[in-house]
Design a protein around this ligand. Structure first.
Ligand SMILES: CC/C=C\C/C=C\C[C@@H](O)/C=C/C=C/C=C\[C@@H](O)CCCC(=O)O
Ligand SMILES: [Zn+2]
Length: 584
């Protein structure tokens, strides 16, 4: 028995799954999927086959001839879920599990019509990263094992399903429609993704379209109109795009993340719709994952920085190519601020601030932070600075070529880098990034003329002349950098002059609300309360609830807002806010 991933029951001595054939009927009334999953193994084998499951109601397991196979479903373990052990007789290469999901499946959020833009139809979406795919399909839920799949979703006829896969066709059967998909490229299970709702689409370019509810479609198409230029810029940096399509899906507000890099169909929060394309760096991030993460994948959550650190690095290279080095430096400065905050947040768990983590017994959702993103970025920037950009670009291309469609560990990254860039890891003290807490003093610091100009205005009320060329990113950075002891009067003046409480840019708005409320300027309290009912993105809920909960006067407001809106948040966001309120 050899378990290589602490978050999976997969035993690496057992055969691996090669393909999945998945059929599911989506039942909005009971909030269940009635499903069957046919797994075809790479080779026939006799003996136990262990699959990951969570909250699945297993109805039976059969072989390719329909003969029942014996199985045992173990009692659930809080992080891992339940092991489904199937006893395979000699020669069995294919098996089918019949099951239904739980209404509480951790990967699924079932929305009632009022939780959608149109308000008339229900909506369902999945979010499988890091270890939630097992609540939708019984499988070897580890990124070490990539699968190709075919899927059929049976949905109410008036709705449309979309999947991170290639669409094959739709047939109607009475009040239902069956939609078929195929994923020809092998993917780790956490990239299995779908949504069902009142959805329509608009073309953005030869390889991209955006899907959204009809009410939100035009705004989404305007905001993301530049996606084809982004795709071309990314290809010129990292090589040909391997996934054929780069479609976008505008999610309902309760989507808990900024974006999710589901291949062929990136999921995006509606908080990116600022009206001026100022938040499309998130699209660049998800696109960058097409190379770093989706193509070259972390072997487990313990090596998550390989997905995210490389992706932030690639995202900023795309931004630099499209908008110039000043803009990339502003984003790097925002990243450094978020890293420092995360280090402070995890000060009692320094082991979680190393890039290479050890997560036996730790829920990946609880270990999640900006550290793998921004500390990983800094390590790669340090390496780039150490060897020079042309050499580093060559290294990156060879890394992507060697590990494409594979998973790797931090240790493999170290071996590869030692061989490709001899001495570079030692030169930047990579061990301090990889295996030690905090950030080395020598880590690169973003520098640019615009950052210097901003630094001079820190804590002041800038003049119209100062701000006339500011982008929303500069506003965000300016607000996030306000000293905690800034007098409330400064905020009053700022709001009077710049109407920040009315900002349409969600990053600027949240930075403003947090800074103002933290400093005791209460005028935007009503906007903060309202905003907590408009969004479900954890990046915003957590700081807003935290700042409210940290003040005796506002704690009641936070509890009342959660009472009112909490049921509409995604379960993972709800859990995060509950923790903040419980600690207050
Ligand atoms: C050391 C950390 C180990 C494992 C964490 C892996 C997955 C954690 C899980 O919570 C899923 C995360 C999914 C993230 C998706 C998108 C992010 O890039 C969004 C970042 C925040 C935002 O912009 O809203
Ligand atoms: Zn990412």
């Amino acid at each position: 028995m050899a378990r290589l991933d602490p978050h999976s029951y997969n035993d690496s001595t057992q055969p691996e799954t090669e393909t999945l054939d998945w059929k599911a009927r989506v039942d909005f009334r009971t909030r269940r999927l009635h499903a069957e999953a046919t797994l075809t193994l790479k080779e026939a084998s006799a003996g136990p086959l262990d699959l990951d499951t969570r909250d699945l109601d297993i109805r039976g397991v059969v072989d390719a001839q329909g003969r029942p196979l014996p199985y045992i479903l173990s009692p659930p373990e809080p992080i891992l879920g339940s092991r489904l052990r199937i006893e395979l007789p000699a020669g069995v290469k294919q098996l089918t599990v019949r099951y239904r999901t739980s209404p509480e499946a951790s990967a699924l959020q079932w929305l009632s019509p009022p939780q959608t833009a149109g308000g008339q139809q229900p909506f369902l979406f999945s979010q499988c990263q890091a270890i939630h795919a097992r609540s939708v399909v019984p499988l070897q839920d580890t990124p070490r094992i990539r699968i190709r799949y075919r899927a059929s979703l049976r949905v109410p006829k008036q709705l449309k399903s979309v999947m991170a896969a290639s669409f094959v066709g739709r047939e109607e059967h009475g009040v239902e429609a069956e939609e078929h998909y195929e994923m020809p490229q092998p993917v780790p299970p956490y990239l299995l993704a779908f949504a069902v709702g009142s959805l329509t689409s608009k073309e953005l370019g030869p390889r991209s379209r955006v899907w959204a509810e009809p009410e939100a479609l035009e705004d989404a198409a305007d905001e993301f109109a530049g996606v084809d230029d982004m795709l071309k810029a990314a290809e010129s940096l990292f090589g040909p795009y391997d996934w054929e399509r780069f479609d976008l899906l505008l999610m309902p507000p309760s989507f808990p993340y900024g974006g999710m890099e589901n291949p062929r169909l990136t999921f995006l929060t509606p908080t990116l719709i600022a009206g001026d394309k100022s938040l499309v760096n998130v699209v660049a991030h998800e696109l960058a994952h097409s190379w770093t993460g989706n193509l070259v994948t972390n072997a487990s959550a313990e090596h998550f920085w390989l997905n995210e650190g490389f992706t932030v690095f690639a995202e900023r290279r795309i931004l630099e190519a499209l908008a110039g080095p000043e803009v990339a430096a502003l984003h790097a400065a925002l990243g450094r601020r978020s890293l420092d905050e995360a280090l402070h947040h995890f000060r009692a768990h320094p082991q979680l601030t190393a890039l290479r983590t050890h997560l036996s017994g730790v829920d990946p959702d609880e270990a999640f932070s900006q550290i793998p993103y921004e500390k990983g970025y800094l390590l790669l920037r340090a390496l780039e600075d150490a060897v020079g950009r042309p050499t580093f670009d060559g290294f990156l291309r060879r890394y992507l070529a060697k590990y494409r469609f594979q998973a790797l560990t931090t240790e493999e990254f170290v071996r590869f880098t030692e061989a490709e860039l001899p001495g570079a890891l030692a030169k930047v003290d990579a061990d301090a990034y990889l295996n030690r807490p905090g950030v080395p003093e020598s880590a690169p610091r973003p520098a640019s003329a615009r950052l210097e100009a901003l630094e001079k205005l820190r804590g002041k009320v800038p003049s119209q002349q100062d701000t006339k060329d500011w982008t929303p990113t500069e506003w965000q950075l300016f607000l996030e950098s306000m000293p905690a002891d800034t007098a409330p009067g400064v905020f009053r003046e700022l709001d009077a002059k710049y109407a920040l409480t009315d900002s349409r840019n969600s990053e600027v708005l949240v930075a403003w609300l947090v800074a103002a409320l933290r400093a005791g300027f209460d005028a935007p309290l009503g906007r903060a309360e309202a905003f907590l009912g408009e969004v479900g993105r954890m990046k915003y809920l957590k700081p807003l609830y935290s700042v409210l909960a940290s003040s005796r006067d506002h704690r009641k407001v936070a509890r009342a807002a959660f009472e009112k809106h909490g049921a509409r948040y995604h379960p993972i966001a709800r859990q995060g806010v509950e923790l903040i309120l419980a600690r207050a």
